[in-house]
Design a protein around this ligand. Sequence first.
Ligand code: 5GP
Length: 150
Amino acid sequence: MSHLSANCIFCKIIRGEIPSLKLAESAKSYAFLDIGPTAKGHALVIPKYCGEKLHDIPDEYLADLLPMAKKIALASQLDVKGLDSTPGYNILQNNGRIAHQVVPHVHVHLIPKRDEETGLQVGWPQPADAADKDQLASLHKDLVERISKL
Ligand code: 5GP
């Protein structure tokens, strides 16, 4: 049974209705080069299950995504010459418009990081009140309780 949607752009890529530069495929995942790469080898790994956010995807599909991303991460290191054969890379997975997600089908970005100029630029604010010890303790208690009920 297919868990793909008729009008989703990434489901169309999986079905071959829209061309892609496929890197790898398994029963549950599909990997291809990003059409707007921020670095050479910028790839996407997607589940063959249409859902917008990580929590919409069944565990068995999620369990297949990272091993495929790992293979692509290994392959993308092979062109690096010299002693430093292990450049960095970022795994990015955006959930929701506010979190910079454009395509509403879960996807993991594999973004090689070879230099300062290309690849993901990371930065986040650290509001002082978010580090307040009492607030952290209260938040921790609340989250542990909620997680235990899931
Ligand atoms: P998001 O911002 O949703 O995390 O990232 C969506 C990514 O999908 C972008 O990096 C964009 O370049 C890529 N993308 C969007 N449409 C296509 C497409 O038709 N083909 C490919 N290969 N990549 C796409």
